[in-house]
Every structure is written in structure tokens, then in C-alpha cells.
Design a protein around this ligand. Sequence first.
Ligand SMILES: C[S@@+](CC[C@H](N)C(=O)[O-])C[C@H]1O[C@@H](n2cnc3c(N)ncnc32)[C@H](O)[C@@H]1O
Length: 468
Amino acid sequence: MLDDAKKQWKLIESRCPISQSTLWSTQKQIYIDEGINIWRDRPSFVTSSSYVADAIAEIAHAYLLESAPRLNLDEPYYFIEIGAGSGCFAYRFLHGLLRRLKTCAVLSTLQVRYLMTDIVPDIVEFWKRNEMLGPLVTNGILDFAIFDPLTDGKLDIRGDSFDALCFVNPPFVIANSVFDTMAIDAFQFSDGSIEEVYSELYMHEHSSLKEALIANDVVLKESLQSIARPRYENAMIEAILTDYANLTKKGWKTSLPLAAFLIVDALRVLTADKFALLTCSRGFTRPQDAKVEYLDLSFPLNFDALSRYCRSAGARQVVSEHSSTSRRILLSAFGFNSALTSTQLKVDELVAGRRVFSLHKDVLDSLPKDNVIDALIVLAQRTNNDPSLFSTFVSANFDRLEKCLEKEPGGNNDELIATLHAVDEQIFAFGTSIDSSLRFAKDGDALGLLIKVWRRARQSTPWAKAMV
Ligand SMILES: C[S@@+](CC[C@H](N)C(=O)[O-])C[C@H]1O[C@@H](n2cnc3c(N)ncnc32)[C@H](O)[C@@H]1O
């Protein structure tokens, strides 16, 4: 941090409200300049792992079933993804959803249209070339658009083949790990009083803020500033500030996702207040867990504030409870008056990790029975090259795997299979990324070997090939 004696910290931005920092425009520029390259090494398992994308497909399916009485099956049903990044989520989500709809008596004729959007032209070009996404485009299900929800205020979104979207059915908007990369303000509350958190930016050695952000080497120094009320023109935001000030907790800080509020407002106008908004990302749902901690181009999202904002605009909600991981989900349904009981159940299942069994058994059954390395490659492929699943498994079973691999790499893998069966819960639990495992791996040790195997498997799958 700043007092790290070895580093020469340089002030690069003097104190201002966090939402006015150049952090936001610089981050945006990083996404635009890096294009698809940013996704080659960047962990995206919080939202895009096969486990999570499939779980979200299950949540969307439950929501569609609860919306069914209001749907017009003669008209398309639009999903719009904001900030779709690598496209991996859309691919996995759509496969999970279409599979469920095919066998769903009520919704088998639903005409799904999915519009992936991002602000980055290079990414949209990547999607167009991607051989995994191609068939979905050919079938008229998928389309792409360059779209910036913060500046394209009119939200006139259309893809190459979808015409101007006409929402006979209320659209389903997905914004995963997007609001946490957009502007926030932050406040400290104590005994009914509110002070604003201002930031100063410091970096060392780098020649630009952009370079320092990419290296995760920027420090935000906070200081407090008294404020006059109203701080915002928007009464709904003011109400959240007042509610927070009245919480009986001393000296606590939290953030307000200002850009997310603006996007909710724009979506309400676009859809005449009839839409669902699902967001999944790093963040917190209890104000007392608040963190204003900048890391890896994002602040953890204050789901509580977003939920309060949408509720005060009349939305029904499904929200993930507190859990030991930092992944949270919020689904806000505007213009929707029924209970969302089974949708909530699906969210609870995801958070509690109860969706484990069937998928895991499927993976286990597909493992080669007589070769450890082949079994590991298949394991990596069947977990869709999801580093979190693979490395959770590796770290949870390090000793057994090491023994197994030392004994006969390439030989009989009964012990591996037994180990796999013993950890069926953990393999799909939320875990660390392959990058963090890599830090502990040495060439020649078991973990290093597993990681090499994982990398080989990663290079040989169709999705990965398309990324190269
Ligand atoms: C952290 S990534 C999340 C990608 C993907 N949704 C996921 O869950 O992995 C944020 C995405 O939002 C896009 N993005 C960044 N800044 C944005 C902005 N100001 N407005 C809209 N999208 C933005 C980026 O290009 C990037 O694809």
C-alpha cells in the first residue's frame, strides 16, 4: 500500500468524488484498446464458468415459467446482454436455456432472441468470427451490437439481423460483472451523519494511469468530505443515503452504484417499465459487509443499494442471500406482480452449491479409466476449462493426487477416480483461479503437472481454439 517503503508513490489525481475520477474513462479505454486480448488470461469464472452460466439458465427458465401467463408466444422473447465480454457466458447460458426449453411443455415454442452487446468493436468482431457462436446466429437466435448503455441514452439497439427491437414480451437484460466496473460514489455513516469518501490516486513507476491499472498497481487514498443534502437530484438515491444513515452502525463505509442506477432508469424508459434485469458479480448484499475496495478494474458491487433502487421503482426481486463467496445475484422484475418463488429457489440452489450432483456424475462417468493424464485432460474439458472448478479440485486433493501422479503418471488411475468421487461437492464449489494456483506451482511437482495438463486441454478445445 502507500506506506510500502520500497515504492515511490506518485500522486496522479488529486482528491475528488470517486464518480468524478478519471479511473472510469481510463478503464473504459483499457477495455476498448485491449479488445479480445483482455480475455485471454483474465479470470471470468465468477459469472461465466459452465457451472454458473448453466445455473443462471436455470434461474432464467424458472423466471420464464413464472412469467408464462403474460407471454405472447407468437412474438420473440429478447435477452439483451450488456458488456458480454468474451461471449463465453452467452454461449453457455444459451445452450443451457435452449436445452431446458426444448423439453418444457409450456415454453417449447418460445422464440428466443439473444442480443450480445459490448462497447468494444474488436470484441463484437471476435464474436462474429467465433465458430462456436456461428450456428446460433445462423438459426436466428443470436445477434450482436456495439452498445454503450451510458452514452447511447436512447438505447436504440439493434443487431445486424434483428431489426429495431419491439418488446411485445418484456425483455430480459443481463449485466454480469458490468456495474462493478462502472462509476460509484462512496460514503461514511456515523450516528446519523453522512460524509462523502473522496479519492486521491497514486501509482509508482508506470508512465500512465492506464499502464498502472493494467498492472493492478494503483492505490486509492481515501479522505472524508462533509456534504450538503440533497447530494443528488434523484430522490431515490437520497432515500438510500437516509436509510443508511439511520442504520445503527458506527463509522461504516459503503458505495452507491451510480452508473447502475442510470442504466436502470434508461431501461425503464426503453421498455415502458416492463423488463427483468439480472446481474451477477462480485459484491455484497448486506450493508454491513460493505467494502469500498478497488481491485482488478472493479469495486465490489453494492447489491443492497441496487436492490433498494429497483424496489423503490416498483420491481419484484429475487436476490442471493449472504454466502461465503463474494458472488451475488440480483434479479429485478419491473411490471411484474406475481411471486417469484421458484425463481428464488433456483438462486438459493446456486448460492448453496446444491446443483452439484448431476453435472458432476456426468463428468466422472466420462473419465478414461486407465490413464491419469488422459483422465485429467478430460476432466479439464468436461469442466469446460473452468479454472475455478479444476483448481478447486486440485487444491482440495493435492496430497492424494500427488501420490497418484508420482506413483504412475500415465498408468492406472483407480485412485484418481476414487478421489474424484470423494470430492463431488468440492469440484463444483466456488474456487480460486488457475492463475493463483500457478503461483504455488513448480515445474516438476504435481500441481505444476496438473496445470500443464489443464493448459494443454485448454488449447485443444473448440472454444479455446477460437480464442487463439
Ligand atoms: C468485467 S467485464 C464482464 C464481462 C462479462 N459480462 C463477464 O461476466 O465476464 C466488463 C465488460 O463490460 C464492458 N464495459 C466496460 N466498461 C463499460 C462501460 N463503461 N459501459 C459498458 N460496458 C462496459 C467491457 O468491455 C467488458 O466486456
